[in-house]
Design a protein around this ligand. Structure first.
Ligand SMILES: C[S@@+](CC[C@H](N)C(=O)[O-])C[C@H]1O[C@@H](n2cnc3c(N)ncnc32)[C@H](O)[C@@H]1O
Length: 201
């Protein structure tokens, strides 16, 4: 079993020091999210990335903040609020109550290492179900090395491990780059999507 983030520690996620090493605006720029897109932020927590995603999609876009913790979603409702543009969704570990092919982009930050290894492919398949054929998935994860903050190195995943899970779940690796000093970002599209070429490293 993987360790889940304890909602009682939610304040750690909004610690101003966090933005110094994981700046939400900069990370969202790296994702390439475009105006008018529909984005699903899975494991939104207290909505650390929601405002930056909202800015990126603009007034024509929609953002879904999804989490298995109602406590976290209640915090988002207090801070960001719910509207036609920001919808909050209480999910189950491997089941997100949203329709198929809804999203241009699924964004998942600091969550994948919390998924039980035996369930990681099924989790990615559930994310895949939400994506349109042209859609993209962005995962943001802790680098698998000692850093001043973050979960123990043993529970973190290297890029190659994530790429292997992605392939098993029907994704094609697109690109990866640093997302601040302690994190990396990895993007994938659907294997049967419109993007050609196998970019597996
Ligand atoms: C470490 S927090 C990160 C929150 C946010 N993405 C951020 O970076 O600030 C992980 C969040 O993922 C949620 N989570 C864990 N497993 C999940 C799953 N299978 N589906 C949806 N949310 C999940 C947890 O409840 C928690 O709110």
């Amino acid at each position: 079993m993987s360790q889940k983030f304890d909602p009682a520690n939610w304040q750690k996620l909004v610690d101003p020091e966090r933005a110094e090493h994981l700046n939400p605006e900069r990370v969202v720029v790296l994702t390439g999210i475009l105006p008018g897109e529909t984005v699903v932020d899975v494991g939104t927590g207290v909505g650390y990335f929601l405002q930056a995603i909202l800015t990126a999609v603009g007034p024509e876009g929609t953002v879904y903040g999804v989490d298995i913790s109602q406590e976290m979603l209640d915090k988002v409702a207090e801070e960001v609020g719910e509207s036609a543009q920001v919808r909050l969704v209480h999910s189950q570990e491997l089941a997100i109550p949203l329709e198929d092919n809804l999203a241009d982009h699924v964004f998942v930050a600091n969550v994948f290492h919390e998924i039980d290894p035996a369930e990681r492919v099924a989790f990615l398949q559930e994310l895949r179900r939400l994506l349109r054929p042209t859609g993209r998935l962005t995962l943001v994860e802790w680098k698998k090395e000692e850093t001043p903050h973050g979960p123990p190195v043993e529970v973190r995943l290297g890029r190659e491990e994530i790429v292997s899970y992605l392939y098993q779940a029907g994704f094609r690796f697109r690109r990866s780059e640093a997302a601040g000093p302690y994190h990396y970002l990895l993007q994938a599209s659907l294997k049967e999507g419109i993007f050609g070429g196998d970019l597996r490293p």
